[in-house]
Ligand binder design. Structure first.
Ligand code: ZN
Length: 213
């Protein structure tokens, strides 16, 4: 579910629809959290879809760390990518505003954290645009993204959180522990879907090397 201060608008003929803030959303606000109505499509369910529905699923869903496609029932599925986004997925599962979002500003997200399967040419034309989204972007940029998210997390208890009730008990507990101690931060790298045991081991080693305990 997306933050209640979100509305759908037409962006342009190339991009299509986008989601805009209908009121200011301060940095540190949880902007998206999965809820019980999300449609979940497992890899096996995706495989047997016709090309028509595969295309819809690819356009409107993200892939979580289990490899399951999550397609939101609400406006969340229309949020566009930007290489200079104002929200970002966190290792805690929800998305957070990484800067203050003004009323009327488009809400954008970093698709590099959504386990895209193929390269996607970009039409965002933002400053420092990467031009192409790559499945390996998370490997390249996760340390930078973690720094940005840690900064936003510092605001999480200072701003209104209308989606707080959607956050699970364990996640809240992990988050509160991190905020209190600055230890056991959950990196965005944990969002990466790793298919094989070898890849899972490499990720665990990488986390152990980068996440302070
Ligand atoms: Zn860009």
């Amino acid at each position: 579910m997306i933050h209640p201060h979100a509305q759908l608008k037409f962006v342009n003929g190339t991009i299509g629809l986008g989601v805009y803030a209908s009121a200011p959303i301060p940095k540190g606000t949880i902007v998206y959290a999965a809820d019980p109505f999300e449609i979940e499509i497992t890899p096996r369910q995706f495989e047997v879809l016709s090309d028509f529905f595969k295309e819809i699923a690819e356009k409107y869903s993200y892939i979580d760390s289990r490899g399951v496609r999550i397609m939101s029932w609400d406006l969340a599925k229309y949020v566009n990518h930007s290489c200079d986004p104002n929200t970002m997925s966190t290792g805690y599962g929800f998305e957070i505003a990484i800067k203050d979002i003004a009323k009327g500003e488009q809400i954008t997200d970093e698709y590099g954290l959504l386990n895209i399967e193929n390269e996607i040419p970009l039409a965002c034309r933002c400053q420092n645009c990467r031009k192409v989204l790559r499945p390996t972007d998370i490997d390249t940029y996760y340390p930078i993204w973690d720094t940005i998210i840690k900064d936003a997390l510092d605001n999480i208890r200072k701003v209104p959180q209308p989606l707080w009730s959607l956050i699970g008990k364990q996640t809240k507990s992990d988050l509160i522990y991190y905020l209190r101690t600055k230890k056991r931060y959950k990196s965005v790298y944990t969002l990466k879907y790793v298919k094989t045991e070898k890849q899972r081991t490499a990720r665990m080693l990488s986390e152990a090397a980068t996440v302070p305990i």
